[in-house]
Design a protein around this ligand. Structure first.
Ligand code: CA
Length: 228
């Protein structure tokens, strides 16, 4: 990572902030700290950040709300932090647009690995010839990251988009959940294969009558194919 990577860390527990700061500073990340949700949103508005690490239980404004507010204007990668035993709904988190989550206590190194994976995935690659490709009736625009079906825009989260994009650029090839974790999430370890299932499920819901474009090969994985 180059030393210009800016992390917005929104966390009310001082000990947790210190722990995360030590690990991230060792790798030359710049840390901007907020101790509550309100400060977090203000700092997000006034700084250009590359990734957000966001605790859920926060004073003033909770992490769910902060996550949703950030997503109104930005595709920045967001990792949610949640305490063990807290009511936590990961589906809800993904719906709000979070890219990943960790349950406390976690190792700061694991957080670092996940942050790096997300940063790798969010690098914009726009140099290829065509700006969009068509997959049956689904059009994926790689510049605007817009997905349209019959001229209707489908609203996808970051990860849903990347999953669809990856499957769409490798049509008819079956990928295991582990392969998808590596290719789409950038995980070499630590990834939970159920994350893939969750995203596939959401993606199918959003594709509606086109959900059958994604097929499940039982015991193997997933592929994208225009149904005959
Ligand atoms: Ca907290």
């Amino acid at each position: 990572m180059d030393n210009s990577v800016k992390v917005l860390l929104v966390e009310d527990e001082e000990k947790m902030r210190e722990l995360i700061k030590i690990v991230f500073r060792k790798e030359n990340f710049v840390i901007i700290e907020a101790v509550d949700g309100k400060q977090g949103m203000n700092l997000f508005r006034t700084n250009s950040v590359d990734i957000v690490i966001l605790d859920i239980m926060l004073p003033e404004i909770d992490g769910w709300t902060v996550c949703r507010e950030i997503r109104r204007t930005s595709n920045v990668p967001i990792i949610l932090l949640t305490a063990r035993g807290e009511e936590f709904d990961k589906l809800f988190g993904f719906e709000l647009g979070a890219d990943d989550y960790l349950v406390k206590p976690f190792s700061p190194k694991e957080l670092m690995a996940r942050a790096k994976a997300l940063l790798r995935r969010s690098e914009v690659k726009v140099n290829d010839a065509a700006s969009y490709f068509k997959f049956g009736d689904i059009v994926i625009d790689r510049l605007s990251r817009e997905v349209t079906i019959n001229e209707r825009i489908i609203s996808l989260t970051n990860k849903e988009y990347e999953l669809l994009y990856f499957l769409g650029s490798n049509p008819k090839i079956v990928f295991t959940r582990e392969q998808l974790l590596l290719k789409v999430w950038g995980y070499e370890q630590y990834g939970d294969p159920r994350t893939v299932d969750t995203h596939i499920k959401k993606l199918r819901e959003k594709l509606g009558e086109y959900s059958s474009y994604i097929s499940t090969m039982w015991g193997v994985g997933y592929k994208l194919e225009v149904p005959k």
